[in-house]
Design a protein around this ligand. Structure first.
Ligand code: CO
Length: 330
């Protein structure tokens, strides 16, 4: 059974000139300790300890071989987005990182493909960069789930999504810049509580604003981490839509009727959650995504799907690769 992992991350090593500039200017960069480990740095500060698999394509392909992954889709580690910086600076970084992503994948072009990043603080620059990236070989784009105070139903962000549909770019929405961090100083709570809420907020922004009524049906969009809190709480939203006019004011159809407009990955880590997710989204809308190679990702990629008693072989084939082929148009 072919296996495509739709959600993984990389971070390019970059050259010495970039690293020196990044350290001085507070940009994200990679410190390679030379022993197979390193740190993602933010200027002079250590952001996160990482391993060589994040920046060395040979190590990555070894892992794909060991895990039985035929094709992995790589995208930026969200600290690379630079949405809070001046747009021209974020565009320069996006171009460099996007070119590095293609160089990384070129090590084994049948095994690794990339999604680009864009300077989402500027919609015109974002549209231009995603067009350039797709022409250069990216399958689409990964974006953060919001741009400052603007959710995905922001008119500019909708213009960008429509442009992605026009140029045939698949869109992966990844939570980042998590809400209420001041109340979550410990235990990785921003990752455990706020990330799923961010993703639910993004999906509901598109549904309840009526954006899916206006976006082209050709838009291929996927949300990471199983769509966060969305599937488990869809019933609550449906009930609210029925009984409160302020919920349905911009959304002409029941929220549950829009689940055929987007995909979610399978990174939910519990067979009961996966069962619910497939029940809610449908077997054509869930695709394997691991969040590899981070500790909060699947350590044994695809095992949750492979070992699930309630799924038929045909359903597993869809989740392992069939749905990803549709989403990525490959
Ligand atoms: Co991720």
């Amino acid at each position: 059974m072919a296996v495509i992992d739709m959600h993984s991350h990389f971070f390019p090593a970059m050259d010495a000139a970039y690293r020196a500039r990044a350290e001085a200017e507070g940009l994200p960069w990679l410190h390679d300790a030379g022993d197979g480990t390193g740190f993602i740095m933010s200027g002079k500060d250590r952001f996160r300890p990482v391993e060589e698999i994040l920046w060395n394509p040979a190590r990555r392909v070894e892992a794909l071989d060991a895990q039985g992954i035929d094709l992995q889709i790589l995208c930026a580690t969200p600290i690379m987005f630079g949405y809070g910086r001046p747009a021209e600076q974020a565009l320069d970084a996006a171009r460099r990182f996007n070119d590095e992503a293609l160089a990384f994948c070129a090590y084994a072009p049948d095994r690794m493909k990339a999604l680009a990043q864009v300077p989402l603080q500027d919609i015109d620059l974002s549209c231009a960069e995603v067009s350039r990236a797709v022409a250069a070989g990216h399958l689409g784009v990964q974006i953060g789930n919001h741009m400052g105070l603007r959710n995905l139903d922001d008119e500019g962000l909708l213009t960008f999504l429509a442009h992605c549909a026009d140029v045939g770019a698949a869109v992966l929405v990844h939570p980042w810049d998590m809400m209420a961090r001041e109340r979550m100083p410990k235990y990785m709570l921003p990752w455990l509580v706020a990330m799923p809420a961010e993703t639910q907020l993004s999906i509901l922004s598109l549904i309840l604003s009526g954006a899916f009524e206006r976006l082209p049906k050709s838009l291929r969009i996927c949300f990471g981490h199983g769509g966060g809190s969305f599937a488990f709480l869809l019933g609550r939203v449906e009930n609210a839509w029925k009984h409160r006019d302020i919920v349905r004011v911009d959304c002409p159809n029941p929220p549950s009727t829009y689940v055929d407009r987007f995909y979610v990955d399978s990174a939910v880590f519990d067979p009961r959650a996966l069962s619910l997710l497939i029940d809610v989204m449908g077997e054509d809308r869930v695709l394997l995504g691991s969040d590899h190679p981070f500790p909060l990702g699947e350590q044994d990629i695809g095992r949750l799907v492979r070992d699930h008693d309630g799924l038929s072989t045909a359903q597993k084939a869809k989740i392992f690769s069939g749905n990803a082929r549709t989403f990525l148009n490959i």
